[in-house]
Design a protein around this ligand. Sequence first.
Ligand code: LRH
Ligand code: MN
Length: 424
Amino acid sequence: MDKNKILDSNKKYLQTHTETFDFLSNQLCSQGRDVTNILKKLSQFQVAIPSWALGAGGTRFGRFGFQGEPSNLEEKIDDVGILHSLTQTAGAISLHIPWDVPTDYDTVKERAKSQNIVFDAVNSNTFQDQKTAKESYKYGSLGNMTKAVREQAIQHNKEVIDIGNKLGSKSLTVWLADGASFPGQSNFQTVLQHTETSLKSIYEHLPQDWKMFIEYKPYEPNFYSTVIQDWGTSFMLANACGEKAYTLVDLGHHLPNTNIEQIVSTLMMKGKLGGFHFNDSKYGDDDLTVGSIKPYTLFLIFNALVYGMENNPQNPYPAWMIDASHNIKDPLEDLMQSLEAIQEAYAKALLVDQKGLLKAQQENDVVRCQEMLQNAYRTDVRPLLRQARLNSGGAIQPIATYRSLKIRKELIKKRGANSVASGL
Ligand code: LRH
Ligand code: MN
């Protein structure tokens, strides 16, 4: 994207922004907050964009296409480049294999470099059968009762690692649809043992400086049991594999009212929180815009993260990724809203005086504990996000600038109205 067009578009927002930013930073400085440090942390905070969510998503009841979708990996990288130019917080793409197998590695790497994009975790896919595949994953993959099926799934994951390694990625995400839809259909212990053994075989193939993220999910597409159903099972398997294996928390993969911030705290204390798939949901794995349904929960999760990042050196810096599906919105506008909500929750959590809160907790001053959290949550931190973007050459108002520069119209002109993106 032409940086000058963004800077030009910023002019009409600059004065209002400067006034609101100066007012907020004076307010925060008077409360002893280090605004410069918060801005630095916001600028360093980069979220990976899922390559499978740059087109219109769908459900079993249908899919309503979105015009100008990226129809190949290069165009997907360009779309992430647009997001990163505007928001300065989307500096990575997470590929899903085989939906995004590079045809020409040098071209793809060059394209990403030109957009200041790096390759985050690569995702394997043993929840769909490929036309050329010998074995079917209908009854499971790494946990399948048939050795040949398990071997095929293990081999696929090793190939995904090799693809990621050629692109400069440093982590593999494994999510398994494996499970059962009826009582009696599977022997829980046998399929779990097979899954553990298979994951260990994949783990052996990890390069020294890589991580393996084990993503859990309670149900769907199986509706009676899922082998890796919850954080405890993922945590157990990560420990069984070794120090390079971690648990990945997809916000939509929890039964209603699960206390996700407590799961995050526990995993960080045990040094096994690998990263996130951010999204939001009201009922199931709805993959909605981050912060669109439960913004306070997202804030509480970031409060647990900030505490963990200050007090748990045993846990590595988590991987931040979005995993959402855009059924009715422009995928790029939806992703910009998600990026804003993630940065907003992080900035609010950075306003919490963690030491003061711990003291209030030790004194069982419940009201002061809640007041300290809610004061931070009730602070409008958007001027901080805008300043962090401005400091990095981004847009003060990304979505407004995206619209005023008619970027979607440009994409439709370049790609045509019927281009379709691979993915969910
Ligand atoms: C499963 C999941 C997983 C991906 C898929 C696209 O629900 O969250 O992370 O592989 O979505
Ligand atoms: Mn996910």
